[in-house]
Ligand binder design. Structure first.
Ligand code: CUA
Length: 312
């Protein structure tokens, strides 16, 4: 945790070092050119001042070489910064395939964290060091923003959709977690702690505490609670498509277009079933909007995912 006053938060992720390097290079360039330009203004003001009342300055017709030089140098510098920044942005945007998945639901005014293995936390996030972690995030109410300054990552959490972000912690310890989007009276209190642990310690943490069920087990129960299996039965002629082996597949829709079955598609199909009807099926499914919570959606999705992996 930060102690005392610091200009910069800890550097506790891979991105922290990369983002800061880019930041300081840009800051350095800005300071260099600001000093250069201000010095030149003063030097030229003194050097080329009018020395007598009737002095007529010498006319300068322009100099192509100089013009090219002072257009060329900034162009190269700016394109360099753009390329560097864009590369970093895409890195931050795209989680690696082997990233560990954790789910986050924002709510006025707390963070709910759900691990696939079943552990739940409020305003705390435990992660292992040296392991890419992908967060899939949404909110029950308004827009929040998940911000871990020590990792230099921040992403808005938006109602009605999933946003993702990822990081790889490089230093064990405790770090601040903030909501970075004004979300109502207690926005400033919507903060927590990210605890980065050594992998063995993390395993201990996972197995300790209250007995928990894996997310997909809870999801299966919810699936039955909402009677999803009455239509999505794994038999020929069922009213809804089977969900076995579905996750990750590409599905053809009624209008001939295709869609990849991911978290977003499942979420939409539960809340707005008629948006994308799989080919060969009728739009008979009722919406579960207002009945299913975001957390339940994550549980049900985990169950559907497990149907693809296990294929039972
Ligand atoms: Cu949630 Cu500000």
């Amino acid at each position: 945790m930060n102690q005392g006053f610091k200009f910069f938060p800890d550097q506790a992720s891979k991105f922290a070092v990369e983002v800061d390097t880019l930041y300081f290079v840009m800051l350095g360039l800005a300071v260099f050119f600001a000093l250069l330009i201000f010095s030149l203004i003063y030097i030229f003001a003194v050097r080329y001042r009018r020395r007598s009342e009737d002095e007529v300055p010498q006319q300068i017709p322009g100099m192509l070489k100089l013009e090219l030089l002072w257009s060329g140098i900034p162009f190269v510098l700016v394109m360099g910064i753009f390329w560097w920044g864009a590369t970093l942005y895409f890195d931050v945007f795209k989680p690696p395939k082997d990233a560990m998945e954790i789910y986050v639901v924002g709510k006025q005014w707390m963070w709910y964290v759900q691990h696939p293995t079943g552990q739940r936390e409020i305003n705390e996030l435990h992660v292992p060091v040296g392991q890419p972690v992908k967060l899939t995030m949404t909110t029950e109410d308004v827009i929040h923003s998940f911000f871990i300054p020590a990792f230099r990552v921040k992403k808005d959490v938006v109602p009605g959709r999933y946003t993702t972000m990822w990081f790889e912690a490089t230093k064990t310890g405790k770090y601040h977690l903030f909501c970075a989007e004004y979300c109502g009276t207690e926005h400033s209190g919507m903060r927590g702690t990210v605890v980065v642990m050594d992998p063995p310690e993390y395993q201990d943490w996972l197995s300790g505490g209250a007995a928990t069920e894996p997310l997909e087990v809870v999801g299966e129960r919810k699936f039955q609670h909402y009677a999803c299996q009455t239509c999505h039965a794994n038999v020929a002629g069922a009213r809804g498509p089977t969900l076995v082996g579905l996750f990750g597949k590409t599905v053809t829709l009624e209008d001939g277009s295709t869609v990849v079955v991911n978290e977003e598609y499942i979420r939409e199909s539960v809340l707005n079933p008629n948006a994308k009807i799989a080919k060969g099926y009728k739009p008979v499914m009722p919406t579960f909007k207002g009945q299913v919570t975001e957390v339940e959606l994550l549980q049900i999705t985990a169950y559907i995912k497990s149907l693809a992996a296990g294929g039972n």
